[in-house]
Ligand binder design. Sequence first.
Ligand code: NAG
Ligand code: NAG
Ligand code: NAG
Ligand code: NAG
Ligand code: NAG
Ligand code: NAG
Ligand code: ZN
Length: 503
Amino acid sequence: MRSCLLSGASCHLFCLWALLVGPVWLQNASHHRRKDHGGGDEGVVDKPKLLLLSFDGFRWDYVNRVPTPNFLALKREGVKVEVVENAYITKTFPDHYSLVTGLNAESHGIVANEMFDPALNRSFSMETDSIYDPLWWEQGVPLWLTNQKAGGRSGAAMWPGSDVKIHGEYPTRYLEYNASMPFEDRVRKLIEWFTAPEEQAVDFGVLYWEEPDESGHNLGPESSLMDVVIVDIDEKLGFLRNELKKARLYERLNLIVTSDHGMTQLFPDKIIELDQYVSRDWYTWVDKSPVVALLPKEGRLEEVYSSLLEANPHLNVYKKEDIPEYFHYRHNDRIMPILLEAEEGWTIVQNRSGTFMLGNHGYNNSLPNMHPVFLARGPAFRQNYVKHSMRSVDLYPLMCHILALRPLPNNGSLANVQDLLVVGPSQAPFAGPTGSPSSSSGPPGGVTPGYSYAPTVGSLLGVVMVLGFLMVFVKQVTLKQLPTLPMQSREMSQPLLQEDLHL
Ligand SMILES: *[C@@H]1O[C@H](CO)[C@@H](O)[C@H](O)[C@H]1NC(C)=O
Ligand SMILES: *[C@@H]1O[C@H](CO)[C@@H](O)[C@H](O)[C@H]1NC(C)=O
Ligand SMILES: *[C@@H]1O[C@H](CO)[C@@H](O)[C@H](O)[C@H]1NC(C)=O
Ligand SMILES: *[C@@H]1O[C@H](CO)[C@@H](O)[C@H](O)[C@H]1NC(C)=O
Ligand SMILES: *[C@@H]1O[C@H](CO)[C@@H](O)[C@H](O)[C@H]1NC(C)=O
Ligand SMILES: *[C@@H]1O[C@H](CO)[C@@H](O)[C@H](O)[C@H]1NC(C)=O
Ligand SMILES: [Zn+2]
């Protein structure tokens, strides 16, 4: 090695010793540094941190219609997925719960924004306090709880379900739902929780914002007035990026920006009026357009079904057991005996009284207009990488992987999305000096994944290097060719960032 004054075999033995001890010593050194800095950031082996942000109703292509420099920066600094197939039905509560459970709606039990559970004889409505009844939520376990069970701490700012005591527990830190609380205040709360003293800091956060969903419903997604709304969302993302930089979190935290669903334009002449075809006395109207759940009154199932079946060419009518298998929307008591699905752009009402929206979602999850945006950046993610497609349920195993948690049974697949990540666990390198904490685009590979894998990786790296050393020894090659420090092997495990670049 560098200044080895010994010669021959004894030097090699010394090298062998150094290679074995080096990685262990480095871990000790990093560990101590972390303690010394008490939450400092440079060159520190750091527990993985993850923040999941949803801008409700942010359709995948909104970023293409006006300049969105902050979304663009995330794409350059991280990954973008162009097509994200969300879970059916494409509504706020079901899709948000799918994101944090990895389950289809039929499996997590939040099958709609408005539900009836015949076994409980209870109704759930986004508009009432019924959402605080834990029973609705307990067919699934949200990631914030799994994180807490494993010793982590979670922080939640208004994510649907995150202020409900699910399976007996709230998120470690959370805000009660308050639609009036500005985005900026939600961000400040989360940053406060992430930067709390080591024994209290959260490592997983969820953040929810109501727009651009609300404007999309009111204005219609194709309205030019939506441009302003999208610019505003981009500025909100800019605010978050800036606050993370100020808190010296930007380079240490994994940030995922996505949504629950998209939005499609409605038309005042594309209306299906149920009153024209079937008496209101025959059914209870459970969930709203465009995927309407009907509970027929006792003995009225066949009459309701046959009255509607051929009623309107823009209406799909299913008995529960005939709902297409690919929707994964059948196997739950909360799915009603009859489901009506409007064709994209159409609205189902009972009659024409009442207000009319210009945008809506809920339709077929294969429709591009139903798909959400998806971008992510941070130490776990590759840079400037565009992936064609994923399913929103795949996000759950991905997040578990980042947080080094064992996922509960789910409908996603890590294999489908692993290419978004810098390296697999078996390759995860040591933490080394990172780029400047506030630089928005550090050099490729100036980032550090996988704290939790460090011990395993240390041993693996040690073994690899010993093997390398033995080969060198056997071949009796000159000392110069030996690795000098374990740190250098980080270079070997850098991802091939150059492949698959789509700009
Ligand atoms: C690492 O630290 C532990 C205690 O934290 C100590 O027992 C061990 O000897 C250290 N190993 C090295 C190689 O310094
Ligand atoms: C279900 O609850 C309603 C009140 O919400 C009540 O009128 C009805 O009798 C209950 N049905 C059964 C079967 O308990
Ligand atoms: C909701 O948030 C607004 C704005 O921060 C605040 O003025 C109001 O007091 C909050 N309401 C409740 C019930 O906390
Ligand atoms: C439409 O339905 C509402 C109740 O939702 C009812 O009050 C109104 O009379 C109905 N209008 C017509 C024209 O049937
Ligand atoms: C949903 O969309 C897919 C893709 O466009 C299509 O193949 C399928 O038939 C649609 N399902 C229904 C029930 O319309
Ligand atoms: C989704 O996952 C749950 C939990 O593992 C399982 O019970 C269910 O059968 C899965 N659904 C599908 C369509 O594979
Ligand atoms: Zn929504």
